[in-house]
Design a protein around this ligand. Structure first.
Ligand code: NAD
Length: 582
C-alpha cells in the first residue's frame, strides 16, 4: 500500500484498482495480467508542438481515480510541481512573446510592490528602502531589461563551425526549455538569489517552482502572496516552508534545480537530484580571501574592502571573508578601515563625510544591518573568542546587533578561520608576501571569489594564474556580481554551474545539437562504410586531420572539390563492387 500526505498533512493510502502515485509524484498503471506497474508519464508531456492541442495529463479521469481526487491526496509541494508540469506541457511557457510578457509582469511587480518588498526587508534584515533597491531590486530590473532586449537572439538557432565533411550540412545549436525548474533561495539577499534564477527560467521557456528561504519570514510571505498576482501562478508557483517542505519538494522530479545556500545542504540537494538524474546549479559560499599589497593605495583599498565586508552586516556570500597582508601594513590597514567605519559625524567636514559609512554609532545608523537571527548571532560572536579585537566588538543579543569588528594578528587555526564568517568580523591574517598568501589560499577550499588589491599588473596576473576560485576581482569588492556579461558561480566547494544574463539562459536551456544532412553526396560516406580499406582510412585521415581551416570563401571552393571527390569515391566503390577482392 502506497501512502502520501494530503494538503492538510493527513497521510492517506493511495492505491486504487489499477492506478497509483509513486513517491516522486509520478503516475503508474497496473497491468492486470502481469501484475506489474508501469509509468504512464515516462515522457511527462508527450510531444507538444506549437499549435497542437495540448494533451491533458495525466489521463486518469477515465480510470478509477480522477485527477481531482488524485490532487486531494497530494502534498502541497507535490501539487505545485504537478500543476507546474501540466502547465509546462500545455506549451504556454515557450512562445517568446509569453516569456517577455511574464518578464514584464515581474518587472512591474518589483516596481509597484516596492513598498511591501522594502517593509519585509526592513523586518527581516533591517535593510533601508534605498539599500534594498541598491543591492537587490535594481539589479533585477536591469537583468529583466537585458533579457527582454536579447531574448530573441539568445533563443535563435546558433550556427556552428563546419569542416570539410560537414560543408553541405546544416549545423546549429537550438536552445530548448528543460521543463520544470526548482529554485531554492537563501535568506541573505532573498530577492536576488530567487529572482535571478527565476528570470533565467522564464527566459529559457521553463516552468519554475520558487522556494524562498523560511529564514527571511516576511520576505517569503510577500513572495508567496504577491508574485502570483503578477505571474502565471501555475507555471511559476511559490512554495513556502522550512526544511520539511524543501525536502518534500526535493523528492519530486525536476528538470533542473538551482540551489543557493550553504554547502552542507548543497550536498543534500545534489543527492536528491541524483535520484532523478536532475542537473543542479549550486550557488554556495565559503571563505573568500582578500590580499592587500603593501605598495597599493591603502586608503582606497581599505575603503572598498570595508564597504564589501560590512554591507548587509557581513552576510554576503562574496564578502571578503578575511584579509591577507604583510605585518608591516597591518596597523595602517586597521586605521584606514576604522576611519571608514567610525568617523564621528559631528566633527567631519563635507569632504571627509564621503569616507564615513556607519558613524561612531553604527547601532542607530539606518544603513547598518542586523544578524538574521539569534542562532547566527551566537555563532558569529563565538568566532571572536580566541582573537584580538582591534576595532568594534560590541554586541546586543536582544537586537542581533554586532558592531563592525576587525580582528588583528589572526592565526590560521583560530576559530574565525575555520568556517565562513557570514557576519561583520574581519580577521587580518599576516603573511610574508604574495607567495605565502597564495599558498595559504591554495591550502583551503576553492573560494567563490578572490580579491586582490595592487597597482602591479604582474602581481594580479600571478594571483589569477596560481589560484582557483569562482571569480577574481582586482581592486574592488562585490561589484563583479552586477556584471551580467560575466558568469556568476563557484567552483569546487563554492558551487557548480553559473548564472546571470545569457549564462542563466544557457544554464536553464538544453543546448540541442541539430544536424540536417542532405540525402545526396553519398559517395563521401563510402569512407565509413565497410569494407574498411587503407585507402578509405587515408581519405578519412585527410578530412579529419589534414584539411586546412579555410575561410568562408575557401569553404565554398572546397565544397565544389568535395562534390568532385564524392563522385570519384562513388566511382571507385562501384568499381570495387563490380570486381570484388577475393
Ligand atoms: P538558508 O538557511 O536560507 O537555506 C537555504 C535553503 O535551503 C532554504 O530554502 C532552506 O529551506 C533549505 N534548507 C535548509 N536546510 C535544509 C535541509 N536540511 N534540507 C533541505 N533543504 C534545506 O540559507 P543558508 O544556507 O544559511 O545561506 C547562507 C549560505 O548561502 C552562505 O554559505 C552563503 O555564502 C551562501 N550564499 C551563496 C550565494 C551565492 O550566490 N553563491 C548567495 C547567497 C548565499
Amino acid at each position: 500500500m502506497f501512502k502520501v500526505t494530503n494538503v492538510a498533512g493527513v497521510v492517506l493510502p493511495v492505491e486504487t484498482s489499477n492506478h497509483r502515485i509513486t513517491q516522486s509524484g509520478g503516475f503508474q498503471r497496473q497491468c492486470k495480467t502481469a501484475l506489474t506497474w508501469t509509468s504512464i508519464q515516462s515522457n511527462p508531456c508527450g510531444v507538444t508542438r506549437r499549435g497542437d492541442t495540448p494533451k491533458p495529463l495525466p489521463r486518469l479521469h477515465k480510470a478509477s481515480l480522477g485527477l481531482a481526487e488524485i490532487e486531494t491526496t497530494m502534498s502541497r509541494e507535490q501539487l505545485a510541481v504537478e500543476r507546474a508540469r501540466r502547465a509546462f506541457c500545455t506549451g504556454r511557457s515557450k512562445p517568446l512573446e509569453n516569456r517577455i510578457r511574464q518578464l514584464n509582469n515581474l518587472r512591474r511587480f518589483l516596481v509597484e510592490r516596492q513598498a511591501e518588498i522594502a517593509e519585509a526587508s526592513k523586518k527581516d534584515l533591517n535593510r533601508s528602502e534605498v539599500g534594498i533597491q541598491l543591492f537587490e531590486t535594481l539589479g533585477l530590473e536591469s537583468e529583466i531589461q537585458l533579457v527582454i532586449r536579447k531574448l530573441k537572439q539568445w533563443a535563435a538557432p546558433r550556427p556552428v563551425e563546419k569542416n570539410l565533411l560537414t560543408l553541405s550540412d546544416t549545423l546549429y545549436i537550438q536552445p530548448e526549455p528543460l521543463g520544470v525548474v526548482l529554485v531554492i533561495g537563501a535568506w541573505n539577499y532573498p530577492w536576488a538569489v530567487t529572482m535571478f534564477p527565476l528570470i533565467g527560467a522564464i527566459a529559457a521557456g521553463n516552468a519554475a517552482v520558487v522556494k524562498p528561504s523560511e529564514v527571511c519570514v516576511h520576505t517569503a510571505k510577500v513572495m508567496e502572496e504577491l508574485l502570483p498576482v503578477y505571474l502565471d501562478k501555475e507555471l511559476y508557483p511559490v512554495v513556502t516552508g522550512g526544511v520539511t517542505e524543501t525536502q518534500e519538494l526535493l523528492r519530486q522530479r525536476f528538470d533542473h534545480i538551482v540551489y543557493t545556500g550553504n554547502s552542507m545542504v548543497g550536498r543534500i540537494v545534489m543527492e536528491a537530484a541524483a535520484k532523478h538524474l536532475t542537473p543542479v546549479t549550486l550557488e554556495l559560499g565559503g571563505k573568500s580571501p582578500c590580499y592587500i599589497d603593501k605598495h597599493c593605495d591603502i586608503p582606497v583599498a581599505c575603503r572598498r574592502v570595508t564597504w564589501g565586508k560590512y554591507t548587509n552586516c557581513g552576510q554576503t556570500c562574496i564578502a571578503p571573508d578575511y584579509v591577507l597582508c604583510e605585518p608591516s601594513i597591518q596597523e595602517r590597514v586597521i586605521e584606514e578601515m576604522k576611519k571608514c567605519i567610525q568617523v564621528e559625524r559631528r566633527s567631519c567636514t563635507v569632504q571627509y563625510c564621503l569616507l564615513e559609512f556607519y558613524t561612531d554609532d553604527p547601532k542607530s545608523f539606518p544603513d547598518y544591518g542586523r544578524i538574521i537571527n539569534e542562532r547566527h548571532f551566537k555563532r558569529v560572536l563565538a568566532m571572536t573568542e580566541d582573537s584580538a579585537v582591534a576595532v568594534g566588538g560590541d554586541s546586543d543579543q536582544t537586537d542581533c546587533y554586532i558592531a563592525p569588528t576587525i580582528l588583528r594578528d589572526v592565526k590560521a587555526d583560530s576559530k574565525v578561520m575555520q568556517e565562513e564568517i557570514f557576519g561583520p568580523l574581519l580577521p587580518i591574517v599576516p603573511v610574508n608576501g604574495l607567495g605565502e598568501a597564495i599558498s595559504f589560499i591554495n591550502q583551503r577550499e576553492k573560494p567563490l571569489v578572490i580579491y586582490v588589491f595592487s597597482t602591479d599588473d604582474k602581481l594580479i596576473k600571478r594571483v589569477i594564474e596560481e589560484t582557483s576560485s569562482g571569480a577574481v576581482l582586482a581592486n574592488d569588492c562585490l561589484v563583479h556580481y552586477s556584471v551580467s556579461s560575466l558568469p556568476f558561480g563557484g567552483v569546487g566547494n563554492s558551487g557548480m554551474g553559473c548564472y546571470h544574463g545569457k549564462f542563466s539562459f544557457d544554464q536553464l536551456s538544453h543546448l540541442r545539437s541539430c544536424m540536417v544532412k542532405p540525402l545526396k553526396n553519398e559517395g563521401l560516406n563510402n569512407m565509413r562504410y565497410p569494407p574498411h580499406t587503407l585507402k578509405k582510412l587515408g581519405w578519412a585521415r585527410f578530412f579529419l586531420l589534414k584539411a586546412p581551416d579555410l575561410g568562408w570563401m575557401g569553404r565554398m571552393a572546397a565544397l565544389a572539390v568535395l562534390v568532385a571527390v564524392a563522385g570519384f569515391l562513388l566511382h571507385v566503390s562501384t568499381a570495387a563492387i563490380i570486381t570484388p577482392n577475393p
